[in-house]
Design a protein around this ligand. Sequence first.
Ligand SMILES: *Cc1c(COP(=O)(O)O)cnc(C)c1O
Length: 365
Amino acid sequence: MRTKQVLNGLSPYVPGKTIEEVKEAYGLEKITKLASNENPFGFSDRVKEGLQQSIEHLEIYPDGYSRELRNVLSSRLDVHEKQLIFGNGSDEIMQIICRAYLEPGTNTVMATPTFPQYRHNALIEGAEVREVPLVDGTHDLQEMLNQVDELTRVVWICNPNNPTGTMINQHQFNDFMAKCPEDVLVVMDEAYVEYVTDIDFPDALADLSKYPNMIITRTFSKAYGLAALRIGYGIASEALIASLEPAREPFNTNALAQKAAIYALEDDAFIEKTNTRTKHTKDKLVAFCKEKGLDYYPSETNFLLVHLPVTGDEMTEYLLQNGFIVRSGEALGIPNSIRLTIGSEEQMDEIMAIMNNKLVESKQV
Ligand SMILES: *Cc1c(COP(=O)(O)O)cnc(C)c1O
């Protein structure tokens, strides 16, 4: 048997270690995972109660058009129903975009490091991937524009960017969109938009009508805490959404996920509470970094990329031994750093104390 040639050079996604794996390997009782930017406060009670009543008719296919959720979300976002597309996580929206727009002979432009699924899916479609290094942890939009040519089909902007947490502002966004050719699809990945507090964050949604070549992707996996259910969505002009629909599987989002998303949207207080607590704890972590002289990227998300005087792998291993799973910067393409999800205050107090021990220890050698 022979796969597509490009697959020989691609590795499957390696998920962070699971809590069970770490417990076993390190003989620990309690493990805290701060590696995947999940919500440490769980998800809304409204979802929990609602879902229990929704477990019926599992023998019936889900609504392939997600009508109910589409209704709720379109009025909430003040867009037409035909301006939405739903995916099995926003990951799937990215896959659909690549399937619909990329093929051998085309190219796609993105930052590096950024969310890895853009590159992965683009390569599977046989497109050339043009990666533009971040500058100070932020998209180098001018250089990204320089990389765009007549064979460019898609440009990816992760805003705020994962793994750095930084954002592009309204002015940079306006400028980029004005200069980007209108026949190039621009993906604004707003997976962390619910966490953003900077008033200079671009309101891409408000500008949607100006840019028929832009799609905004969002997800219920992060602030809404529904990562297990896999549901995300894209917002764009009707024509752009219509261009993607043939590349979408008919029943790609499941019935329970559609219900859960509706319930989640009924509980704004949960998002507010998540935000207040995240901000408070992030401020504490930032203060810790300042005190210890550790550089970090200013983050508009629920994670922080912290630079270290030791390798990311070394710190990650030390934290594992002490019951915390984080993401090593080496794995993310930013050596000598770690990416920490902002956990509960208690979790962060604990991890800061452990990091401090490692920092003190490393100074003594
Ligand atoms: C987590 C994440 C996603 C994927 O979210 P799903 O909806 O769970 O697939 C997309 N983009 C970025 C930048 C993320 O960090």
